[in-house]
Write a protein that binds this ligand. Sequence first.
Ligand code: ATP
Length: 237
Amino acid sequence: MTLLNVDIQSAGYEKDKAIIQDIHFQLKKGELIGLIGPNGAGKSTTIKTILGLLENKEGLISFQEDASYSYVPERPIFYDELTLWEHLDFIAAVEEIPEKAYIERAEDLLEKYKLTEHAHEFPGKYSKGMQQKAMLILSMITNPDVYIIDEPFIGLDPNAMKLFLKLIEQEKSRGAGILMSTHVLDTAEKVCDRFIMIHNGQLRAGGTLDDIREQCELFNGSLYDCFHFIAEGHADE
Ligand SMILES: Nc1ncnc2c1ncn2[C@@H]1O[C@H](COP(=O)(O)OP(=O)(O)OP(=O)(O)O)[C@@H](O)[C@H]1O
């Protein structure tokens, strides 16, 4: 079942100045799609377009009726005056999550990400990795149907990365769909079901790793080999 249908003809930050063009794909239940491309390719712009943050857009974005989503931005954003626990309280109140369920889930996530002892501190003062973990916890507290995650791995230590991947796997089994942009291609190759490869604001290849290999004519290539081919226009020597 399709959770999100992306049909972007063009989008950008200024009128008549398209940054991305012709980006079309669908995110299905239980699926993890990797959004891949070099710096400045248009990954974050694609995500912002999906979230409805860009006014200059031609095309259609549609979430399945009543589908909820969580967005994890590339750079963590917090309210200065709220502790992490207060952020969780705030989200639970806005989303009307029953108190017992939310407290259990919050305590479990804080424990897993080793932030229990820091839950009553201001996340603005956390280390980079702790901030990223806090953002991931906030995104998971609502059990959304769709996750849109812009580069989750920056700053995560290896244990936190492993934990994140395990939780993402659990969320997929629950039926959530995940769109995740990342530069960590060896991990993406292992965990993503499909890929969207963007270069210069255009969809250059898409599908499973085998589909991408075929489109790049690199039949035994890794995801990195295909990335290099698309970004540089020739195979890596
Ligand atoms: N707020 C903005 N206003 C104008 N142009 C922008 C803005 N944000 C990004 N751009 C431009 O849009 C293009 C695509 O940027 P985008 O951030 O989508 O790339 P990206 O693929 O996410 O890159 P990275 O891997 O470096 O995060 C770049 O040329 C960038 O300069």
